[in-house]
Design a protein around this ligand. Structure first.
Ligand code: BV8
Ligand code: ZN
Length: 260
């Protein structure tokens, strides 16, 4: 009997005790959040990364960068987690219902939105920070947003100031040319070392060093599969490339494992 890609992935998840779900911007696409590359609506079709997601861009025009991130925060706040986010959040419980063994599912995301958390995933590691963790660019203390709703229509907005040192508050994300926070990175490496299976969902695999994680999972002999309508830059490391979307493929996997 021909095993479909979905069945092969479901079989690997059935046998796994520890699963890592590695996600990128494609994971949030069906919640209406723009990706970085690929689509006409993708950010980098309109902006240059170095202008908006880099320390130079911040130094050159803080008001433009702060407005862009506040606009993205407004979009995320108005968005809903989709069936794919919910499927990831329910995977551990569904597997336990299937075979009675405890399963650990950890999300390692490059995304700076909070949709995995809002869908109920208990363990989410943000390799590139979060739109919801602003901090002072000078003393690095956590900062506060200005009161009220962020306005996605603005192209310039004065960043808030730090109540401690009067420095500018910046987005709590990792920009190009900035090192990733060490604790999340080390935790992600440990989870990859310890996992039995990794699903790579919605990433083009072009951003380093995050892209190293699925590659090391492959090199460690783990089961690694990709859910992405297009083969990513990591496809060669995948045991399966499932050409489907996050909101379609992940719920399908859950139903294959154990009907709701
Ligand atoms: C570092 C946070 C050093 C901010 C981000 C060569 C040249 C130039 C630079 C470099 C180079 N090699 C390495 C670098 C450095 C650079 C880098 O990797 N550049 C790339 C572009 C080549 N990396 C860095 O600068 C990193 N830092 O190297 O520091 C250092 C070390 C020590 C001390 C000091 C310094 C930091 C990188 C982090 C940058 N920050 N984001 C923000 O969000 O604004 S990166 C940004 O891109 C996001 O985090 C995003 O997640 C990430 C990767 O993109 P993807 O998530 O993969 O999304 P993308 O749009 O690309 O792809 C979407 C995918 O989804 C597609 O495959 C599509 O087919 C698929 N899809 C679409 N719809 C769906 C779908 N899949 C499923 N379902 C759907 N519905
Ligand atoms: Zn400060």
């Amino acid at each position: 009997m021909h095993t479909t890609t979905a069945q092969a992935i479901a079989n690997a998840l059935r046998q796994a005790r520890r699963i890592v779900i590695f996600t990128g911007a494609g994971m949030s696409a069906e919640s209406g959040i723009a990706t970085f590359r690929g689509q006409a609506s993708s950010h980098w079709q309109q902006f240059k990364p170095e202008e908006l997601a880099s320390p130079d861009g911040w130094r050159a025009n803080k008001q433009r960068v702060w407005a862009w991130y506040e606009g993205r925060r407004a979009q995320v706040m108005a968005a809903q987690a989709h069936a794919g986010h919910l499927a990831i959040a329910q995977l551990a419980e569904r597997l336990q219902r299937l075979h009675g063994r405890a399963v650990q599912v950890d999300v390692v995301t490059q995304n700076v939105d909070n949709l995995h958390e809002r869908a109920g995933s208990p363990s989410v590691i943000h390799l590139h920070g979060s739109l919801f963790a602003p901090r002072c660019a000078a003393c690095h203390r956590p900062g506060d947003f200005a009161p009220g709703q962020p306005d996605a229509s603005l192209t310039a907005l004065e960043p808030p100031r730090c109540t401690h040192c009067d420095g500018f508050i910046r987005p709590g994300v990792v920009w190009f040319g900035e090192a990733m926070p060490t604790a999340p990175w080390r935790e992600a490496e440990d989870l990859v070392d310890a996992c039995d299976a990794m699903l790579v969902v919605g990433t083009s695999g072009v951003v380093w060093p995050a892209a190293e994680l699925p590659i090391s999972a492959h090199n460690l002999g783990k089961f690694v599969a990709e859910i992405n309508p297009e083969p990513s830059g990591l496809a060669q490391y995948m045991r399966h490339q499932w050409p489907t979307s996050a909101a379609q493929g992940l719920p399908q996997l859950l139903d294959l494992l154990h009907p709701a």
